[in-house]
Design a protein around this ligand. Structure first.
Ligand code: ADP
Length: 428
C-alpha cells in the first residue's frame, strides 16, 4: 500500500515509479510463493511418510511388535494354565493329606490323600466347618491354637490307623487368614516305636536281677582280704556294676516316660521348703566337686506351686548334677527360680566349659554325649529324661551356651501358682 501511494503521487517520475512498484510487487510475490512452498513441504512430508516413500522405524516395527505381543499373551495364558494344573497335580500325588481352612474355619481346599487318610463315611466337602472334620477336643483345641498363630501337632486315630496331624497358621499376607493341616499316616512308625520301647523296657528289667547278683558277689569279694590284682579286679567289677546300675535305672525311667506309663502326681508344694530339700540333697555333691551352689528365688513370700515333687526334683537334680560335674574346681553353680503369674522359670547357670553351638541341639537326644564330655561319667540319658519330664509337665527345656563361657539350662513351666495370701517382698 505504501509503495502504491508513493507511485500514484509522483507523476513526474511516473514511468520510473511504475517500474519500481512493479519490481517491489514482484519481489513480494516471490517471497510469498517461497514461504507457501516451504509450509506445504512441512505439512506434506509426514503425510507422504504415512502413505509411502521413506517410512519411520516405529511404523515399520508396529506389526512385528504386535505379533510379539500376541505371542507373549499366548505364552502367559499357557503358563497360567500350566500353573493352574500344577498345584492340583502336586496335591493329587502327595502321600500326605492336605487341608486348608479359611478365616471362617470353613474347608477351602483338600487333596485326595486327606480324604483317604480321614476315611470318613461322609466325604469332605468344601465349606465344611473344622469341627465337622475333627470332632475330637484335642483337634479342635489344636486348630484354635493354630488360628491364634501357634503351630500344633496331635495324633488322631482313624479307621484303625494313627495319623499325625500338624496345624500350621496360614498367613501368606502376614496376618493369619487360615490354617493349613497336614496328615501323615504314622501307624507303622508308632508300631516300631512301641516295639523299641518294649524291648528297652524288657531288657533293662531283665538285666536288673543279674546286675544285682553281680553287685552282691563283688561286695562279698571286697570284704575278703584280697591282694594285688585280685583286689583291683574286684574294685573294677564294682565300678562297672555302678555304671550298669545307673544306665539301667535311666533306661527304664526313659522307657516308662516314653511309653506313657509314667503319670504325674501333682500336689501343693511350698516353694521354699521344696528348694531347701533340693539344696540339702545336692550340697554334698557340690562339696565333693569343690563347687559352690547358690540359690536365688524371685517369688512372693509363701509361694506354693502345684507340681509333682518327685519329678520336679528329678529334673532339677539332673541339671544341677550336670552343672556340678562340668564345673571347674572352685567354680559356682546358680539356681535361679522366678515364679510369676505368667509362668515358672527355673535356670541353672554354671561356669563350665560350655557346649559348642553345633552340639546344643543334640544333647537332649538319648545317648548323645558331647565330644568334650566323654571323659566324664554319664549315660547320655539324663537330658533326654529332663526333656520328656518337662513336656509331661506342660513346659520346655532349653540351653544357652558359648564355648568356654559356661552354660545355662532354662526350664519354663506354665503358671500353676496357687492363690496367695497378701504378697510379701520377694525372698532372695
Ligand atoms: P550325661 O550322663 O552324659 O551327663 P546328659 O544327657 O545329662 O548325659 O547330658 C548329655 C550331654 O550334654 C553331656 O554328655 C554333655 O556333653 C552335655 N552337657 C550337659 N550338661 C552340660 C553342662 N552343664 N555343661 C557342659 N556340657 C553339658
Amino acid at each position: 500500500m505504501l509503495f502504491l501511494g508513493f507511485g500514484l503521487g509522483l507523476s513526474a517520475h511516473k514511468d520510473i515509479s511504475f517500474l519500481w512498484t512493479l519490481g517491489l510487487l514482484g519481489t513480494l510475490a516471490l517471497v510469498v510463493i517461497l514461504m507457501a512452498r516451504w509450509q506445504v513441504r512441512v505439512l506434506a512430508e509426514p503425510l507422504s511418510q504415512l502413505l509411502g516413500g521413506t517410512r519411520p522405524r516405529v511404523i515399520e516395527d508396529l506389526p512385528r511388535a504386535w505379533s510379539a505381543l500376541e505371542q507373549e499373551n499366548v505364552d502367559l495364558k499357557e503358563r497360567a494354565s500350566r500353573e493352574d494344573r500344577l498345584l492340583p497335580g502336586i496335591m493329587a500325588r502327595l502321600e500326605e493329606g492336605v487341608l486348608l481352612f479359611g478365616a471362617t474355619e470353613r474347608l477351602e481346599q483338600f487333596n485326595p490323600a486327606a480324604l483317604r487318610h480321614l476315611g470318613m463315611g461322609a466325604p469332605l466337602v468344601k465349606g465344611m466347618w473344622v469341627g465337622e472334620v475333627f470332632r475330637d477336643q484335642e483337634g479342635l483345641d489344636a486348630t484354635q491354637r493354630a488360628y491364634g498363630g501357634t503351630p500344633c501337632e496331635w495324633r488322631l486315630a482313624r479307621a484303625g490307623r494313627t495319623l499325625r496331624v500338624r496345624a500350621i497358621p496360614f498367613a501368606p499376607l502376614g496376618a493369619v487368614s487360615g490354617v493349613l493341616l497336614t496328615l501323615d499316616d504314622v501307624t507303622s512308625q508308632e508300631a516300631l516305636e512301641t516295639t523299641r520301647q518294649k524291648f528297652i523296657s524288657n531288657v533293662s528289667h531283665e538285666l536288673k536281677t543279674p546286675v544285682t547278683a553281680i553287685r552282691i558277689a563283688a561286695e562279698n569279694l571286697q570284704e575278703e582280704d584280697l591282694q594285688g590284682s585280685a583286689r583291683s579286679s574286684a574294685q573294677s567289677i564294682m565300678r562297672s556294676v555302678d555304671r550298669l546300675t545307673l544306665l539301667l535305672g535311666d533306661l527304664s525311667e526313659l522307657s516308662r516316660i516314653e511309653s506313657g506309663a509314667l503319670h504325674l502326681a501333682p500336689v501343693r508344694l511350698e516353694l521354699v521348703a521344696f528348694l531347701e530339700t533340693l539344696m540339702k540333697d545336692l550340697q554334698p555333691r557340690g562339696a565333693a566337686c569343690g563347687v559352690a551352689l547358690a540359690l536365688d528365688v524371685q517369688a512372693p513370700e509363701g509361694t506354693a506351686i502345684q507340681a509333682d515333687p518327685l519329678r520336679l526334683h528329678q529334673v532339677l537334680e539332673n541339671l544341677l548334677s550336670n552343672a556340678l560335674k562340668f564345673s571347674p574346681k572352685g567354680g559356682k553353680v546358680d539356681l535361679v527360680v522366678r515364679i510369676t503369674d505368667q509362668g515358672q522359670i527355673w535356670e541353672v547357670h554354671d561356669q563350665g566349659p560350655g557346649i559348642p553351638e553345633a552340639e546344643q541341639g543334640r544333647i537332649f537326644e538319648r545317648f548323645y554325649r558331647a565330644q568334650a564330655a566323654k571323659a566324664k561319667p554319664g549315660t547320655g540319658l539324663g537330658l533326654a529324661i529332663v526333656k520328656h519330664l518337662c513336656r509331661l509337665m506342660g513346659g520346655e527345656v532349653a540351653v544357652e551356651s558359648k564355648l568356654g563361657e559356661g552354660a545355662t539350662f532354662r526350664v519354663i513351666l506354665p503358671p500353676q501358682v496357687e492363690p496367695q495370701e497378701p504378697a510379701g517382698p520377694p525372698i532372695r
